[in-house]
Design a protein around this ligand. Sequence first.
Ligand SMILES: [Zn+2]
Ligand SMILES: [Zn+2]
Length: 354
Amino acid sequence: MEEITVNLHNHSTMSDGSGSYYEIAQAGLDAGIDVIITTDHNIFVQNNDKYFYRDGKRVLLLIGEEIHNPENPRQNHILILNYGKEISTYASDLQILIDVANKAQSISIIAHPFDQGVTFLREPSIPWKNWDVKNFTGLEIFNFSSEFKSQSKNFFQGIKNILNPKSFPVGPDENSILKWDELLCNGFSVNAYAASDGHQKIRKIGPFRYIAFPYYYHFSSLNNHLYILEELSGNLQKDKELIYNSLKTGCSFIGLDLVAPTRGFRFFAEGEYKKAWPGEKIQIRNGVTLKIDIPRESICRLIHNGNILRHWEKIKSVPVNVTEPGYYRVECYLPYRQKLRGWIYSNPIYILKG
Ligand SMILES: [Zn+2]
Ligand SMILES: [Zn+2]
């Protein structure tokens, strides 16, 4: 398997972001990531999936869409990826929207599910309310913009976080993790994703103007690391297939790269006849060995069906034999600037009876 970095959920000048596709791609090249996915509000911009090249480096820009019902803009935002045309016409009925996306093999991701408002920035809360919907691909358990809002309860905290952006992201939202585990325990195969929700907003405080969280900062901070079957070739169609296949399966992990590079993290299961990666299923037969390899020593937890099965205070590489069916996922934590940060979150491997 090859590993690539995908930065998900960014806004351009096509909606309320401040950067053009070109500028966003340049920031991606500066940060050295592989793929950026933009998702502007209720607009799909045709024929703009494209590789950008500079100084022997390349980044792939892919266009998705963030949908909300225009009559009710402060709740139920959802990302649709790989649909290839405008889909916001279905915004008034979320289940129909998800069903239409599924029919086209597209990806649907519930955005910032437990988002909170910030009064002093006049930022409203935009949570997900409609938990009755079924068959969505996954949810954002870690949305950078929501994390900023939830950690900026007052003016001074907000300013401190903006001026010192490495100080505050501590990890995924706890309610989102609980919801994710609840869905998984109820038998739904739901993937977890990280989202920048990057806007590179130009803000004003008194006479001062400043850019809060440039795209470059997002691209260097919080990424989805995808395992793909073969290296990206530069062929747009082929590479899109590889990327969207892994994104849809959940063959990935979330990396808070701001704390330390997460590239190189591996989590897979080895059974009698096959190997399974996150998002995949494997039968237990005579037992399965889970293997965890972490880029550096960290606190690590192996979660089984929502419960902590193993906890290591300091580990870099470990095999674990398991005999119980269910889903298994990994969380790693690192201390950074006096705070313990949620650093790596894998998608689950599903171990089946038989
Ligand atoms: Zn949103
Ligand atoms: Zn957004």
